[in-house]
Ligand binder design. Structure first.
Ligand SMILES: Cc1ncc(COP(=O)(O)O)c(C=O)c1O
Length: 368
């Protein structure tokens, strides 16, 4: 038998998310809803569908490996040099490229925990130590749901090559504010790269939550990750991007790019989406309004809900998480449980969220 590397053998096996059609069939209902992956419920913009149709005809050709048109559109949008921008096959792929570009065995990657599930896995694959800094309560008497930036800064040592700050944080939805993030960045050594993972930036409404791209200016050890998967509605196409203050960071990340991994369809769709940013803004505003309605409805039921700046809400239900999520699934609603900690629920359409709330009322009776 050919053995995989020990680090790979130790990785948990991939567990695909539940498919709503399969679940509906299994429990004998017409329809199940999925509020588990932080997608938006809106279909792609009409301009995106048109761009995809036009690009489909050239699918016999490889894509532009440098994604030049998209890179320039992003550079233009954010007022940076194209040399600072790297598109990738989803921002998760860029996370992996960062680890490949910066981490040798013996180095470390620091991040809050709980946070985006990929961070510990990509550290493990790179042979780097994952330094996980526990979240702290964001509100008095609240559950641990917020970055502890002082502890994160203290956890950095001379092995730390990368620090991920997921802002807003997945799965808790909480965000760190400008003053604390600025003092954190001031405290990080110049030879440690801070990656501000802003996958949910477009849903932020608190003016005190800084735009990472503004904070990055003048700080050569800071880079920002964003994605077209969430607000822009292109999760199925796999495209995200990194913007680095120091072009040498972008250059290093480009070197670990899997050739042609950003497809021509993804590139064309992302460029078309950028030209429809007004519509995207309106869609985000609708998601934010629904986030408020959903949060209020949950709080009315006596549940604690973290202060979300993203397109999902976090219910820190602790030991009840797995049982509650299973009871919701039995009622045709798929959420994302984290056993012993809580449940993450994507903000759906008002109609989907009403189905969720009715199922939750029932499930809370079953799993008190
Ligand atoms: C915090 C965070 N970063 C990155 C990603 C990856 O997004 P994608 O690879 O679809 O761009 C996700 C996806 O859920 C996320 O939650």
């Amino acid at each position: 038998m050919v053995s995989a590397r020990p680090a790979v053998q130790a990785l948990p096996a991939y567990k695909p998310g539940r498919n709503p059609a399969d679940l509906a069939r299994e429990i004998g209902v017409d329809r199940a809803i999925k509020l588990a992956s932080n997608e938006v419920a809106f279909p792609p913009l009409p301009a995106v569908v048109q761009a995809l149709a036009a690009a489909a005809g050239a699918s016999n050709r490889y894509p532009d490996n440098g994604a030049l048109v998209l890179t320039e559109a992003l550079a233009d949008r954010y007022g940076v040099d194209p040399a600072q921008v790297v598109p990738g096959a989803g921002s998760v792929m860029l996370c992996q490229q960062l680890a490949q570009s910066y981490c040798d065995p013996g180095t470390s990657i620091a991040f809050a925990w709980r946070s985006f599930e990929m961070y510990p896995l990509l550290a493990q694959v790179a042979g780097a130590r994952a330094v996980q800094v526990p979240l702290v309560p964001g509100r008095p008497d609240g559950a641990a749901d917020t970055h502890d930036l002082d502890a994160l800064a203290a956890a950095i040592d001379d092995t730390t090559r990368l620090v991920f700050v997921c802002n807003p944080n997945n799965p808790t939805g909480t965000a760190v504010r400008r003053a604390e993030l600025e003092s954190f960045l001031d405290a990080v050594p110049a030879d440690t790269l801070v990656v501000l993972d802003e996958a949910y930036r477009e849903f932020v409404t608190d003016p005190d939550v800084p735009d990472g791209l503004e904070l990055m200016r003048g700080r050569p050890n800071v880079a920002v990750l964003r994605t077209f998967s969430k607000a822009w509605g292109l999760a199925g196409l796999r495209v995200g991007y990194l913007v680095a203050e120091d072009p040498s960071v972008a250059e290093a990340v480009r070197k670990t790019h899997v050739p042609f991994s950003v497809s021509s369809l993804a590139q064309a769709a992302a460029v078309a989406a950028l030209s429809g940013d007004e519509e995207v803004r309106e869609r985000c505003a609708a998601v934010v309004a629904e986030r408020g309605r959903l949060t209020a409805a949950l709080e009315k039921r006596g549940l604690e809900v973290s202060e979300s700046q993203a397109n999902f809400v976090w219910l820190p239900v602790g030991e009840r998480a797995a049982g509650l999520a299973a009871a919701l699934e039995a009622r045709a609603v798929i959420t994302r449980p984290f056993a012993g900690e809580g449940i993450r629920v994507t903000v759906g359409t008002p109609e989907e969220d009403d189905v969720f709330l009715a199922a939750l009322d029932d499930a809370l009776d079953a799993v008190p």
